[in-house]
Ligand binder design. Structure first.
Ligand SMILES: Cc1cc2nc3c(=O)[nH]c(=O)nc-3n(C[C@H](O)[C@H](O)[C@H](O)COP(=O)(O)OP(=O)(O)OC[C@H]3O[C@@H](n4cnc5c(N)ncnc54)[C@H](O)[C@@H]3O)c2cc1C
Length: 502
């Protein structure tokens, strides 16, 4: 019997994962990728002698012994890249360069340090640390509840089973922990603690997600790519190609061909038509549904999602290749600014700095790559980009202002900068086509957490979706799981056993 064919749109982690599992389960796959390399938002680029890692910051479940690690293993994403434990996540530093607090694996110390800066909030701090301590050993961290997240795979009693499995997490659906980090922090008395909590991840994210991040650090579940995140991507590309899959790069899909409400192929930007038995979009959700499919397969729920859900804010990444070394420590440092930084209509009092000195591939010996990453607004950068000269000027001014601020903490840094690179949300959109340059799809909120997004569209057959637009909160494991889900659904529909090996 001849194999069924499948076209996948996008060679990000979700597209590659779909491709691996589909090859293992008897499909013949071709991926069409817009960019000239695989990985999507998991991207690195070279600037002179420096390697800029503009993608995955840390890998969740990088060590054997968890369901997520087992899934990485299935698609070849273990063993072939260098990774080290992340024992410390983030250090907050005051205007004078002294540490305010550092989030490490040592929860007792963290509790003491937080109480030292905010004695009036001691009760809330103890409750928070108790929660982190409890969560660090919970199964939620090692499967993220994702094995149950595709509606098409669910049976009649799964809702009840979910409620039972999730009973200890119900407290995150209501009450203080269900608020955003900014909302939760408003209930704290001490201003510095309020700012630290609000900025520990992102002010808009559900606060229990911040608890989860602290718990993954405390539980030793995070790893740092010592040579850059592209090695992780490449390991999956290698697996996919070894299974017989193909990738066509610089091939943007402009239309999904539909006949009698069945997806039968795609049309590329160069006008060529390609046919297949199944089409999977592992690309941006909005453009897939409203452009490639012309908005013809949208029910009220889908429409409401795209009208009202908030994506993660896009980010601006200013990277610098610096002729200097930095003290080894956490990869992230939040620097308290003497005067707020006004940029693109926003004002910030902390400069979030990432120091990539946990591996030797980012910079030549004695030198370093550092990055400042700021949440920003798509519209500002999109409008600015309409005039290329203005866009370039603003990027340059922005980088200069950042360096000026860094000079307060690292005297002499201005003259040590050898390379400057500013990537805006527009840059991210240009290379990945993610809606408004979003780095991780939908923001995780109380609302998005409780709604399961289907991997199919109403009324359209032989068409599936994978990636961070069908799993709120996105992320590496999430995107990989959604690709696995798509092939699980196909196997179920075909009455076949789902295989995780060729
Ligand atoms: C700076 C940054 C840091 C991050 N840090 C972490 C982290 O520490 N831990 C974590 O778990 N997650 C992290 N994430 C999120 C995580 O990397 C993403 O959620 C995940 O990689 C998304 O994969 P994806 O395949 O769903 O989407 P994408 O990576 O967006 O892939 C989609 C692909 O589809 C292609 N495409 C789009 N449209 C078309 C078209 N019409 N035709 C052909 N191809 C098309 C794109 O070019 C792209 O390659 C981070 C993201 C960013 C940006």
């Amino acid at each position: 019997m001849s194999k069924k064919s499948m076209i996948i749109i996008g060679a990000g982690l979700a597209g590659l994962s779909t491709g691996c599992y589909a090859q293992m389960n008897g499909y013949e796959i071709k991926i069409f990728e817009h960019h000239s390399v695989a990985g999507g938002v998991a991207a690195v680029w070279k600037r002179g002698d420096y390697l800029i890692d503009g993608g995955i910051h840390f890998l969740i479940c990088h060590k054997p012994g968890t369901p997520i690690y087992d899934v990485y293993s299935e698609i070849g994403a273990v063993g072939s890249y260098e990774i080290e434990d992340m024992n410390s996540y983030l250090r907050f530093v005051d205007e004078n360069g002294s540490t305010i607090v550092e989030f490490t694996t040592d929860l007792e110390k963290l509790e003491r340090d937080l109480i030292a800066i905010a004695p009036d909030d001691a009760d809330d701090i103890r409750k928070l640390i108790k929660e982190v301590d409890w969560m660090k050993d919970s199964p939620l961290l090692t499967d993220l509840g994702m094995s149950i997240s595709s509606p098409e795979l669910r049976g009649r009693f799964d809702g009840v089973k979910d409620m039972w499995n999730m009973r200890s997490f119900m407290k995150y659906f209501t009450g203080r922990f269900s608020k955003s980090a900014a909302g939760y922090s408003e209930g704290l008395k001490t201003p510095i603690l309020r700012t630290v909590i609000k900025n520990a991840f992102s002010p808009d994210i559900a606060f229990w997600f911040v608890i989860m991040i602290l718990a993954t650090v405390a539980g030793g579940h995070l790893g740092l790519f010592k040579k850059g995140c592209h090695e992780f991507v490449q390991s999956i590309v290698d697996k996919y190609e070894s299974l017989g899959g193909q990738i066509k790069y610089s091939s943007t899909v402009e239309k999904v061909i539909v006949e009698d409400n069945i997806a039968v192929g795609v049309v590329l930007a160069d006008g060529t038509e390609h046919r297949a038995d199944v089409v999977v979009s592992a690309a941006d959700g909005r453009s897939t549904i409203f452009d490639l499919l012309e908005g013809k397969y949208v029910d009220n729920k889908t429409q409401k999602r795209y009208d009202t859900w908030k994506p993660f804010d896009p980010i601006l990444i200013a990277s610098f290749g610096v002729n200097r070394e930095f003290e080894k420590g956490p990869p992230f440092i939040a620097l308290t600014l003497k005067k707020p930084l006004e940029y693109a209509g926003r004002s910030i009092s902390f400069l979030p700095l990432r120091i990539l000195n946990y591996g030797d591939a980012f910079a030549p010996e004695g030198k370093s790559v550092i990055q400042v990453m700021l949440e920003t607004d798509w519209e500002y950068w999109y409008d600015l980009r309409q005039n290329h000269d203005d866009y370039k000027t603003v990027k340059k001014q922005f980088a200069e202002e950042i360096v000026k601020r860094l000079e307060d903490f690292y005297p002499g840094i201005t003259s040590q900068i050898e390379v400057t690179d500013v990537a805006t949300p527009y840059t991210s959109w240009r290379y990945t086509l993610n809606d408004k340059g979003s780095p991780m799809g939908w923001l995780l909120t109380r609302k998005t957490l409780t709604e399961l997004v289907p991997r199919t569209l109403p009324g359209l057959e032989n068409f599936y979706m994978a990636g961070h637009w069908v799993l709120p909160g996105g992320g590496v494991p999430g995107s990989i799981y959604t690709g696995r889900n798509v092939v699980q659904i196909l196997c179920k529909r075909d009455g076949k056993e789902f295989k995780t090996k060729l």
